[in-house]
Design a protein around this ligand. Sequence first.
Ligand code: MBD
Ligand code: FE
Length: 311
Amino acid sequence: MSTKVFDTKEVQDLLAAAANKNSAEGDARAKQITYRLLSDLFRAIDDLDMTPDEIWAGVNYFNKLGQDGEAALLAAGLGLEKYLDIRMDAADREADIHGGTPRTIEGPLYVAGAPVRDGVSRIDVNPDEDAGPLVIRGTVTGADGKPVAGAVVECWHANSKGFYSHFDPTGAQSDFNLRGAVKTGSDGKYEFRTLMPVGYGCPPDGATQQLLNALARHGNRPAHVHFFATSENNRKLTTQINIEGDPLIWDDFAYATREELVPHVVEKTGGAALGLKADAYKEIEFNIELTPLVQGKDNQVVQRLRASAAA
Ligand code: MBD
Ligand code: FE
């Protein structure tokens, strides 16, 4: 069908009515966004001559996406979450904010409420035969290069099957396994004693993987560890590191890799004295440089629905 109806009065009136554009009531921002997104969709339907069958397939896809609880997973997989990072990076440059450890996406699997320890936390609660011991440690510094005392570094990552506690379909993990929080002392140092993660893969029967299949894309991430770093006088940092050597580092379905976020993995011995499960272990030094508040405010605190639990 080559007929175009988008620009007709009938369609334009329909859009305005659907978004209640000409009323003073309602949430002005919700109306603005609804009107714009619906307009863009209507225009795309016309331009691409989308069929009713395609539209209903799409509508039903949203139902499955919700049933599967995967809307935030799809947001990561379609680059929407990365796009927000690109915009925040650009906003920082525009505000002349430079330096600091680069941000990268939070992803959908954070759980609030991990117990906060002083300086060091051992976070492998459950044994994991296939995972070797890993120490991740570093110093939190401010823009002045000095250690930040009282910073809270949180981390969370997958086990050797690529599953996260609280979201593990096998039910094998205890609450807060491989999730922790450490408060820095005056030296700014933090340390997590844990086990080496393996990369995540989207649920094979889920809505996200279904769309990725249609696009001939995979739904896998390289092995990685997530971080939040918060402190009173700096902006919150949301970031991740990748495990050096993972073949998917530059083929992440969620586009979270950044060159500065692939620290070296160093082979060490002396794990027994640290209480690790083997004497030989791997160590990653990941120093975290925070950026100052903007006019006294942290403009990096993102509100989104997050799981939480009591430790
Ligand atoms: C993850 O572990 C993750 O970090 C992202 C972004 C998406 C899915 C699973
Ligand atoms: Fe993750």
